[in-house]
Design a protein around this ligand. Structure first.
Ligand SMILES: Nc1ncnc2c1ncn2[C@@H]1O[C@H](COP(=O)(O)OP(=O)(O)OP(=O)(O)O)[C@@H](O)[C@H]1O
Length: 265
């Protein structure tokens, strides 16, 4: 089935994630902030996209709305061609558990559960059966096959994030959303995590959407999409660290151009 977005971009159903004119405003009348302003975005299945932009440009809001953790004020969000917006809270939770995986900067592991228990938790919550062999296989892939019984406080930051990746993959989601997944890690651990995310796309065919401030992290993606003031502001395919840094510097041009900067600022 073909959908047509309001910008007349056809989507042929192979899009894992599709946003059509998604807007989100915070605050009350007279004191509002437009965090997202009619964002239209199609991401094909099996792609790795980094979302970048200045602080306050709407990256987290985009991720939250696209992942069904927050509701846009208007616009559509579709995952695998199925509309996510417009569902009841219960339906939305079920939909998310089936289709979406999450990786957060602070890992969001439960401290009292073991590595294996943390990994299988989303399946348990969804009432799905747990395949122990598959759990071991995924934890081995992320390098934690010998840590099944450890608790999060017995692991390094990088290892905790690898548990979070295994947890996100075990449910076989269509789209994995990662919010600053390497923000709390040293460069060496970060690179391991980023390679795993690439593998998630290339080997497992998942679609990964990652918000990051870091040009190095963004360089692991297939494409970087830039946000400025709640709107998409260009993209960069096959990004390099320098290319991303350069483009980010230009996104700030309008701020640098301001000529009535108050004295002392
Ligand atoms: N719950 C909220 N209430 C009011 N304003 C909010 C809320 N969440 C976000 N905003 C505002 O919406 C805008 C976009 O915020 P958002 O967190 O999406 O930006 P961001 O690009 O992720 O920023 P950062 O890189 O600093 O994390 C900002 O101006 C922010 O102050």
């Amino acid at each position: 089935m073909f959908h047509r977005t309001s910008r007349n971009q056809p989507t042929d159903g192979s899009d894992a994630l599709c946003l059509v004119e998604v807007s989100k405003t915070y605050g009350t009348t007279g004191n509002t902030v437009t965090a997202l302003d009619k964002v239209t975005l199609n991401l094909s299945a099996g792609s790795f996209t980094a979302i970048m932009g200045p602080s306050g440009s709407g990256k987290s809001t985009l991720l939250q709305c696209a992942a069904g953790l927050d509701r846009p004020d208007s616009g559509l969000v579709m995952v695998d061609g199925e509309e996510m917006t417009g569902r009841s809270e219960t339906q939305l939770t079920k939909f998310r558990r089936r289709r979406i995986g999450f990786i957060f900067q602070q890992y969001n592991l439960l401290p009292t559960l073991t590595v294996a228990q943390n990994t299988t938790l989303p399946l348990k919550l969804a009432g799905r059966s747990i395949d122990q062999a598959r759990t071991l296989e995924i934890l081995t892939e992320v390098g934690l096959g010998d840590r099944l019984g450890h608790r999060p406080d017995e692991l390094s930051g990088g290892q905790r994030q690898r548990v979070a990746i295994a947890r996100a993959l075990l449910t076989e989601p269509s789209v994995v959303f990662a919010d600053e997944p390497t923000g709390a890690l040293d460069t060496r651990s970060a690179r391991k995590i980023l390679r795993l995310l690439q593998q998630t796309v290339r080997v497992h065919g998942r679609t990964v959407v990652m918000v990051t401030h870091d040009p190095l992290a963004a360089s692991y993606a297939d494409t970087v999409r830039f946000l400025a003031d709640g709107r998409l502001a260009g993209q960069l395919a096959q990004p390099t660290v320098d290319g991303v840094a350069e483009r980010l510097a230009h996104l700030g041009d309008n701020i640098d151009d301001v000529d009535d900067v108050p004295v002392g600022v």
